[in-house]
Ligand binder design. Structure first.
Ligand code: LIP
Length: 264
């Protein structure tokens, strides 16, 4: 994408700067806030706190004026999204279970998409003060420093294995994939936040990631960052990612991505 891409007459890079400022402001609020309530959602070990909802409200309020015609696809909303040409896809706290346990592996995830193409990705972990960002065509960054995926072969790779904890029908499949992959790779990691695990793959802290079922908000923002970091991300089932649907996700450098797609 050429620099100075215009979105409704506004420069995409200016929108990105304003969106990053909004995410940083919201994340700093979150890092100092205390949980007042935790509720259970459908599925196994699936929780939401009052701060998931509060952070989501803060982000919608801050992002709406940037592109008034854009719609929102939000984790903590029961409304069917009105998907317009431009859509903000938001997970207010990815890694909610981690947030409840205060293990500092949670992030605000924001993606801006135009008819399925990622224009902007922001993933901010305010607990470690790390923000991953990318604008389509302009590269990917961690705290402003360029990042790139590793190009290791699967045999040398550290793979982040998503366990799809909310979906009991996938537990055995996920653990079978780990045991089948283990002799073929170097080792596994599980951080408990898809957005962060995809970003850790984007910057080479890990070399690949998979999870058999994620919602669009779990992976949307991070997918822009990984792609701009030279990585590949796609649905395990094959075909193009549809950012309006749940999907199995595989991600990594070229060799690891292809190996994961083949083996999973
Ligand atoms: C979580 C993901 C995690 C996955 C969980 C859940 P949430 O997102 O980040 O990778 O294993 O099932 O989807 O619900 O904490 O925003």
């Amino acid at each position: 994408m050429e620099k100075n891409t215009l979105i409704f007459g506004k420069d995409l890079e200016k929108i990105a700067d304003q969106a990053i400022e909004a995410v940083l402001r919201t994340g700093r609020f979150l890092a100092k806030a205390s949980i007042a309530s935790v509720s259970q959602k459908e599925g196994h070990a699936n929780f939401v706190t009052d701060l998931d909802v509060k952070v989501q409200e803060m982000l919608v309020t801050a992002l709406t004026p940037l592109i008034p015609n854009a719609s929102f696809l939000l984790e903590e909303s029961d409304e069917a999204p009105r998907l317009s040409e431009l859509v903000w896809i938001i997970d207010p706290i990815d890694g909610t279970q981690n947030f409840i346990c205060q293990n500092r592996q949670s992030a605000i995830s924001v993606g801006l998409f135009s008819q399925g193409t990622g224009l902007l990705g922001i993933v901010y972990n305010p607990f470690l003060e790390e923000i991953f960002t990318a604008v389509k065509g302009n590269g990917a960054f961690l705290n402003g420093n360029p990042i790139h995926v590793s190009e290791k072969p699967l045999s040398d790779a550290i793979i982040c294995a998503g366990t799809s904890p909310y979906y009991e029908e996938l537990h055995e499949k996920a653990l079978h994939a780990v045991s089948a992959l283990f002799p073929l790779c170097a080792d596994f990691r599980r951080f408990g936040s898809a957005a962060l695990e995809i970003c850790y793959t984007a910057c080479g802290r890990c070399d690949g990631y998979f999870e058999y079922r994620l919602s669009p908000w779990d992976y949307a923002g991070a997918s822009v960052i990984l792609t701009e970091a030279g990585g590949r991300i796609g649905s395990i089932e094959g075909g193009q990612l549809d950012y309006t649907q749940k999907s199995g996700i595989a991600a990594g450098g070229q060799a690891v991505f292809e190996a994961l797609r083949k083996l999973l």
